[in-house]
Design a binder for this molecule. Structure first.
Ligand code: F1P
Length: 600
């Protein structure tokens, strides 16, 4: 979480650019924000709790002078979100300013010894030790770059850091370990950032920085070095994302824009067929698949398990990335671990991937090009959903699912011939039109949202492929409406959760016309007879379920149940979004959450 940005501009002030860029990074953290610039007068810092728009209005951050500067959006880990704890942080004499994304794990010991040496700390953050360490080494005659190298020998943990100093007002020194960092170059101007959308407006020429590389931006341009000082030649990737892709384009929120992009996203992801086929044929022998992911990506993985075990019969597990290390002893060289991640930078998933690389084959299914997870796995499939800014994953979930379906289809073709393959491929072709049709039901969903916006609990149930859909529908609601909700396998209700059912509690039943339909209908009746309000996501021709339900969202009967996870989730995303709006919330930036979770 947290986002950093920095730039050196030619003959123009950096502050307005940094204000705009920090706004673009808000999906990574938005409890506080700050910018530091440097000119011949010294370091200038403005920062506070709040989002950049509010803080800029209050402090006129855009007015900071200088052609060199750094910025930060914060998602608090150490120290409450307030003015003092906001980044940039500086040293005792305000000669240095730094921004940091990550956690310095040994900051406690470092702080004690620096205090003994006479340094005075202002904040409760782990980050501030970096500024004082730089001060200490610069006090011994080292320049900023050398001081950074010394600092890296001391700090432990994860970091992307950018630093500026008064003694060289035309330089930014940056580095990373386990937190993302990219460089952008455009003529004489250069940028660093945590992620591409921050600087997309200014450049599309991107260099991906690896762990322990040192980036020095100055008037001469960009130099990337190893920690011994050797220059590293890096490739410049020209990315094809457009600025519009990271803008709201007339929608009120990114979340609804991104849900509406799902038909296009689906078409784009489907274009990756040949790539997926190549990956499948290059993997070699496997006797077990192990999906590893967090949050929404975990739910996409659950769909993968049902598909692969159902179609091909390969034993498939789904593990939460944060729990993965406990299963490491079960991995063999014929296990394929598949890492699913929108951002490609989720710390839990990266840690798990590094472990899996030691024992098994690894494949990642990732949205962000060049991200750490993509680069560190043996094989990569890109989901091509484009930038996703809303914190709650929506279009990226659809694109992850499509990639998983393509993977499963080619695996089925490889192992078991064509029947599973043709069924999936034919169904996927019609997916964009089905989603388009579901999106046209938004008005009906708005009415349902108004009806249930004030309830305290929601329950989502489904069986088989609809179980992950129930869990994902429930997660979306929790994330953006703050209503407590649970997603259950419908058959599990009677083993405990049925005790929660009471008059008026909404139960969303995900019930396509699949092999589990009869049993799901029984479960629907069980909750109905205990007073629940039934909201059924159901096939248009399924009049039985419709007659038993209080609300129905009817989907095209031609949707093959095998692709129900790709379609039945769409009304649930819209429902969560409209309940969030009806409750007066900001669906794009749910409290306590961030888009890119770079801490464990
Ligand atoms: C995983 C995830 C998202 C969630 C939120 C926080 O991220 O849990 O599913 O919507 O954005 O992070 P990722 O590994 O898929 O990027």
């Amino acid at each position: 979480m947290c986002g950093i940005v920095g730039c050196i501009l030619k003959n123009r002030e950096v502050a307005p650019v940094l204000v705009e860029a920090t706004g673009k990074l808000e999906y990574r953290g938005y409890d506080s924000v700050g910018i530091a610039t440097v000119d011949n007068e010294g370091i200038h810092i403005k920062k506070d709790a709040g989002k950049i728009k509010e803080v800029d209005k209050k402090l006129n951050v855009s007015n900071l002078p200088g052609n060199t500067g750094i910025g930060h959006v914060r998602w608090a880990t150490h120290g409450v979100p307030n003015q003092v704890n906001a980044h940039p942080h500086n040293d005792c004499d305000n000669n240095i300013a730094i921004v940091h994304n990550g956690i310095i794990e040994n900051y406690g010991d470092i702080k004690i010894s620096l205090e003994k040496e006479g340094h005075t700390f202002k904040s409760d953050t782990d980050t501030e030790v970096i500024a004082h360490l730089l001060e200490k080494f610069m006090g011994k005659g080292k320049n900023l770059e050398e001081a950074m190298k010394e600092t890296l020998k001391i700090i432990e943990g994860s970091y992307a850091i950018a630093a500026i100093c008064k003694s060289n007002p035309h330089q930014i020194v940056a580095t990373r370990k386990e937190s993302p960092l990219i460089v952008g170059v455009e003529g004489d101007e250069s940028y660093i950032a945590s992620d591409i959308p921050a600087i997309l407006k200014y450049t599309k020429n991107i260099i991906y920085i690896d762990d322990y590389e040192l980036v020095v931006l100055d008037k001469e341009g960009v130099a990337i070095k190893d920690l011994k000082g050797n220059i590293i030649e890096k490739k410049i990737d020209v990315i094809d994302w457009t600025e519009d892709m990271a803008e709201k384009e007339g929608y009120d929120f990114f979340t609804i824009k991104e849900i509406n992009e799902e038909p296009t996203t689906a078409k784009n992801t489907l274009k990756e067929k040949t790539e997926v086929e190549k990956v499948v044929s290059s993997i070699g022998d496997i006797d077990r698949i192990c999906f590893v992911a967090c949050g929404t990506s975990y739910h996409a993985s659950l769909v993968g398990k049902y598909l692969i075990e159902g179609l091909i019969g390969i034993h498939t597990d789904v593990l939460l990335a944060s729990e993965f290390k406990h299963s490491v002893k079960t991995l063999t060289k014929n296990t394929l671990c598949i890492f699913i991640s929108q951002s490609g930078e989720t710390a839990d998933t990266i840690k798990a991937l590094k472990l899996a690389n030691e024992f098994s084959k690894t494949l990642s299914i990732v949205n962000v090009l060049g991200s750490t997870i993509a680069r560190e796995s043996d094989h990569t499939i890109y989901t091509l959903a484009g930038p996703e800014i809303g914190v709650a994953a929506t279009k990226s979930y659809i694109s992850q699912l499509i990639s998983i379906y393509l993977f499963a289809a080619y695996l089925a073709k490889d192992k078991d011939g064509f029947s599973g393959f043709n069924r999936i491929m034919d169904s996927l072709e019609s997916l964009p039109d089905f989603i388009e049709e579901i999106l046209s039901k938004e008005d009906q969903i708005i009415e349902i949202a108004k009806k249930y916006k004030d309830v305290f609990n929601f329950v989502f149930i489904g069986r088989g492929l609809s179980f992950p859909t129930a869990m994902e529908g429930s997660l979306k609601l929790k994330e953006i409406s703050y209503i407590h909700s649970e997603g259950y396998a419908a058959g599990e209700l009677k083993h405990g959760p049925l005790a929660l059912i009471e008059d008026g509690i909404p139960v969303v039943v995900v019930i396509p016309e699949d092999e589990d339909h009869g049993k799901s209908l029984n479960n629907l009746k069980e909750v109905k007879s205990r007073g629940a309000d039934i909201i059924a996501i159901v096939s248009r021709r399924d009049t039985v379920v419709q007659s038993e339900s209080d609300e129905t969202i009817c989907l095209n009967e031609k949707i093959d149940p095998i692709i129900s996870p790709l379609t039945y989730i769409v009304p649930l995303q819209l429902l969560a979004y409209h309940i969030s709006l009806a409750r007066g919330l900001d669906p794009d930036k749910p409290k306590n959450l961030a888009k890119c979770v770079t801490v464990e």
